[in-house]
Design a protein around this ligand. Structure first.
Ligand SMILES: Nc1ncnc2c1ncn2[C@@H]1O[C@H](COP(=O)(O)OP(=O)(O)OP(=O)(O)O)[C@@H](O)[C@H]1O
Ligand SMILES: [Mg+2]
Length: 161
């Protein structure tokens, strides 16, 4: 597990960017990242930093109503999912969830679809702190262990003790 203080919104964006930069190359598709945390905890902010670091330019609209926003980037496909307003887990099929296996999916409110969330690789729990927010990153697969090890090195090299 990695725990990190995020004193400002920029720090949340930066964590998203560091995650993108640390993603293991040639590690296959079907990555699922679960973004937990109450309203306003910074989930979408982290996704913005992630997408921007992968070369996405322009806005990152909230998937509050569409539930899924797909991105075609040079590094592959990214699906930004927000399940806050999903009616039931079966709705995931109508949202094209079978496509998620072709890319990397970042899911806000994964608690709304527990069966789907059970297959997550990485869980990121954001919570309010003073100042800002706090993040706890928990790997749930062997390849997520590799990802977090790389992230830990990137963070350590940026802020030596
Ligand atoms: N580390 C931080 N410190 C202070 N403010 C932050 C931090 N991270 C994000 N914010 C701010 O919190 C607000 C809400 O962020 P965001 O929309 O990312 O939350 P969310 O978790 O996606 O919420 P929702 O559940 O409604 O989708 C934004 O104004 C954002 O700039
Ligand atoms: Mg959000």
């Amino acid at each position: 597990m990695i725990q990190i203080d995020l004193p400002t919104a920029e720090a949340t964006t930066e964590l998203g960017a560091q995650l993108a930069a640390s993603l293991p190359q040639n590690s296959g598709h079907g990555w699922t990242v679960l973004l937990k945390g109450e309203l306003g905890a910074g989930k979408s902010t982290l996704v913005r930093g992630f997408l921007k670091a992968l070369g996405h330019e322009g806005p990152v609209p909230s998937p509050t109503y569409t539930l899924v926003e797909p991105y075609e980037l040079d590094g592959g496909r990214v699906f930004h999912v927000d399940l806050y307003r999903i009616g039931g887990e079966d709705e995931l099929w109508f949202l094209g969830s079978d496509e998620f296996a072709t890319g990397l999916t970042l899911v806000e409110w994964p608690e709304r679809a527990p069966g789907f969330a059970a297959s997550g690789d990485l869980e990121i729990a954001l919570r309010y702190a003073t100042p800002g927010r706090h993040a706890a990153l928990v790997p749930r697969s062997a390849r997520a262990d590799v990802w977090l090890a790389a992230l830990g090195e990137a963070i350590a090299s940026e802020s030596p003790p």
